[in-house]
Design a protein around this ligand. Structure first.
Ligand code: ARG
Length: 464
């Protein structure tokens, strides 16, 4: 005599406490797995049919019933009942209402332990691909912008201090390559997700002759897990996804920080489109870069999820423990964050404008000091010594408050007799950038090659 109609009420005389239910129930956040749960259950029913555990008629009834439940969910007509503690319970309860007795056979040899592990992997397979598409869109936006600014010179920074002239396209493309690695990293995550744990049972495996590989392929997986104990508690693929997301967010955050600085009125290097900025409720003049600040802020949130899930996993004894239910909210939030952020960031990048005159105004002759040292190197001076000589020249420029190109030639020749009039030709920012033409350098010629490579990668990308 069961006190309450839950999946496990058989051995219970008393109804679960309301506070236990509030703590224990995962339906509020795992209901979004309904389609995955149903697809995998249909495949499982068919596998049980092939194993002669279910009759053909039972498989048909279960399949049709599950499709009906699926439609109810899709239409927003699915009604939750008191015993539904998670998505699996809810789907099975509804199936029972719809088709009666055969529904009770669906769970034969299966546990919610292998079921949830399968559902989440299945959900992630599609999610990883969607996120990859979003990343690719942002890459296309960066690339399209880069093409406009191949010959535009701007200050390159180290320590946020003006360092050497670079081309603006080179700066934009630097983020393209970070995103290429992120995309590639997600291919690795996808491969980890594509391994099916179904058929692992609660922990020890299944006694039924289910062909796990055929079942795996029917659900869209590539292969099967090798050890049932590991399979029901393995959440490495979730850690892998959140890690890939967290590192991707680090890249987005760094880009955001650059653009926040460059679009600030003091710099004025970049003009953001009004549609991607917000106003202040009190200061009418403000145009705030909220999209970028949220990119930066949410990077912290996702890094927190990574740390959270690692800590959930670290002390678990062998196989399934309810702690594992804690994987879902950080996982879903991570995916939702990326899927919300990336389109806004892509919009911002596609509509922003770089202001060449401002970029140029940010340059100063000190940024050509390395070129002056290289001039001496070309005249046989060891670089270390040349660095010292140019340092003294810079000192002179500071002391006399005179730009390097305005110092008299005598100041140069006093410091080193190797200087002659042609040294002044060095004070040309574009020429300085153009010299860095080895592959990977900032010269327009090298950046054009970089852009070509990026286009090849994008045309073969999006999946695997
Ligand atoms: N909601 C559970 C989870 O997310 C499903 C698995 C429940 N398994 C169990 N033995 N109680 O992990």
């Amino acid at each position: 005599m069961s006190a309450h109609n839950t999946l496990w009420s058989g051995r219970y005389e008393q109804q679960a406490a309301a506070s236990l239910r509030r703590l224990n129930d995962s339906y509020p956040f795992d209901k979004r797995l309904y389609a995955d749960d149903i697809v995998c259950s249909i495949a499982y029913a068919q596998a049980l049919g092939r194993a002669a555990v279910l009759s053909e008629d039972e498989v048909k009834k279960i399949t049709e019933g599950l499709e009906l439940v699926w439609r109810e969910f899709d239409a927003g007509l699915f009604l939750l009942k008191p015993g539904d503690e998670d998505v699996h319970t809810a789907v099975e309860r509804r199936l029972t209402e719809l088709i009666g007795a055969p529904a009770g056979k669906l769970h034969t040899g299966r546990s919610r332990n292998d079921q949830i592990a399968t559902d989440v992997r299945h959900w992630l397979l599609a999610t990883v691909r969607r996120v990859q598409v979003r990343i690719t869109e942002l890459q296309r936006a960066l690339l399209a912008q880069a093409k406009h600014y191949v010959d535009t010179v701007m200050p390159g920074y180290t320590h946020l201090r003006a360092a050497q002239p670079i081309t603006a396209a080179h700066w934009l493309m630097s983020y393209f390559w970070m995103l290429t690695r992120d995309h590639e990293r997600l291919n690795g995550v996808y491969r980890q997700c594509a391994i099916s744990p179904l058929g692992s049972g609660a922990l020890a495996g299944t006694p039924y002759s289910v062909d796990r590989q055929t079942l795996a392929e029917a659900m869209g997986f590539e292969s099967i897990t090798a050890n049932s104990l590991d399979a029901v508690s393995d959440r490495d693929f979730i850690v892998d996804f959140i890690h890939a997301a967290a590192l991707h967010m680090v890249h987005l955050s760094r880009f955001a920080e650059d653009v926040i600085i460059y679009s600030s009125p003091q710099f004025g290097y970049i003009q953001l489109d009004e549609r991607y900025t917000t106003g202040s409720s009190i200061m009418p003049q403000k145009q705030n870069p909220d999209v970028l600040e949220l990119a930066r802020g949410k990077a912290g949130r996702i890094a927190g999820h990574l740390s959270g899930v690692l800590n959930t996993l670290k002390g678990l004894p062998s196989t399934y423990n309810k702690d594992l239910q804690e994987d879902k909210e950080p996982l879903f939030d991570t995916a939702d964050t990326l899927e919300t952020l990336l389109p806004a960031l892509t919009g911002l990048v596609s509509t922003m404008t770089l202001i060449p005159a401002k970029l140029e105004a940010g340059l100063d002759e000190g940024m050509l000091a390395t070129d002056v040292a290289d001039y001496l190197v070309a005249r046989g001076v060891p670089f270390r010594e040349a660095h010292g000589i140019v340092g003294r020249l810079v000192r002179r420029s500071i002391d006399t408050n005179t730009p390097l190109s305005q110092l008299p030639l005598e100041d140069y020749t006093t410091i080193s007799p190797l200087f002659s009039q042609d040294v002044f030709a060095l004070y040309d920012y574009a020429a300085s950038a153009a010299k860095r033409s080895a592959p990977g350098g900032t010269a327009p010629s090298a950046v054009r090659a970089q852009i070509e490579l990026a286009e090849t990668i994008l045309s073969s990308s999006s999946s695997d």
